[in-house]
Design a protein around this ligand. Sequence first.
Ligand code: DHE
Length: 499
Amino acid sequence: MKTILAAALALTLLMPAAHAKDAKEPDAAALYAQHCAECHGAGRLGGTGPALLPENLRRLRKSRAADVIAKGRVSTQMPAFGDTLSEAEIAALVKYIYTPLPSMPVWGEKEIRASRHIPVDVDYSVTRPQFNADPLNLFVVVESGDHHVSILDGDTFERLARFRSRYALHGGPKFTPDGRYVFFASRDGWVTKYDLYTLDVVAEVRAGINTRNIAISHDGSVIAVANYLPHTLVLLDARDLSLKHIIPVRAANGETSRVSAVYQARPRKSLVVALKDVPEVWEIPDPDAEQPTIRRIAVPEPVDDFFFDPSYDHLLGAARGAHKGALVLNMNTGKVVAHIPLPGLPHLGSGITWTWQGRPVMATPHLGEGRISIIAMDTWEVIKTLKTPGPGFFLRSHEKTPYAWADVFFGPNKDKMLVIDKRTLKIVKVLNYAPGKTVAHVEFDRHGKYALISVWEMDGAVLVVDANTFKVVKRIPMKKPVGKYNVYNKITFSEGTSH
Ligand code: DHE
């Protein structure tokens, strides 16, 4: 008996040591519940703060996430936890928020409807802008550095407004056909409607947990939201962002899928949707109908980046990781009519078109290689490959300029901007406006006289450059300006810009 008691005592004495070892492994779930859940949501789906899921954090390096937890984030409500949490606890939290959820989060009718709010009612008595500027020559600039949007007068380049956006807006904002309203999407699924006449946010709704992009129907009545999480395509009433339909994204074989992107096919008056995980492209010819129709088009492989020819009769699509090139889908017959060999990850979504020697051509940068491919859209042949000093992200031009501008986003030449002569298909200038800094994404004013370029830094700027002399005429300080969008170029579907 004595021996048993002694053994039990010895075991008890040993226990704290074992516990002490356990105590070194911080309980990340408990830490999250205590410090993060209030703002980021108990299920990590977001709240006043952004969603903390690997899908939503893809653009944030883990080391940067640890830094944000320790030091907080300036000009947001994110506090610094460096004095409260140990390094090990911060590391455990980082690991936790980059761990996928065990099952697909629910974001359905109840959640979408509950999230909608109207900060300011639209003033329908207002029929013209409440400021003195050409409303069709405004620029909307997304500043991702501190999550704001600036509205610029495209003639004087004065800032008319600056407002806080949702966290991490991404992709092209979409405009109503008259140019009065603009809609933004955030990676966290928030859709924001902004009135460019009164300079007010007039509606917001969260349509998903992780969103790819949005499209507006040809008549401006419906906003379509393409989601990764959950697997849905959400249709909203563009007047007040109220929910119209949640379309579960399920392929003919029953598999569900993320949505690669949704675009408006203006001449067809339809929406085109590409699925990321299954080889199907959808066309919705009647997005405004009581029960929208889905036309399923089978494709050889899933498409996750795509582009249309100006008639929207053809879709050029590529799987981002595939390196195989692009397929050309005839949207009328639903048949693949060509394959284009395009190695090096073409970034088709950034393509632009123009007429060269009487032929319609499109140009696309490549994300994986220093090249720009120029493709004849009558034969679908690559007619020219331009070697560039590094892979680029964006290409831009305008009907009124003979030049196309391309950035060199990745690598040591990220500060260079290339000017391509659309007549000779040659790079005729290499500009360097901010040595050592990333200089990217161009957008022209409505007249094609000025090119606006982002100096992609926290203390960055938008440079206004004379498109003929290439001289900087104005530098507008901005917090990491990413995309810039000119109202006129967008609503007229200019051949030199994204649609
Ligand atoms: Fe984008 C547009 C997908 C990473 C900045 N990007 C788009 C669109 C898609 C897309 C589908 C078209 C939306 C539209 O206009 O309706 N982007 C992807 C990716 O798959 C990728 C490579 C990985 C990802 O994390 O999603 C990606 N994109 C980025 C970035 O890292 C960029 C440079 C910085 C950021 O803010 O995230 C970035 N994407 C942009 C911008 C546009 C865009 C500025 C709008 C371009 C335009 O001029 O219309």
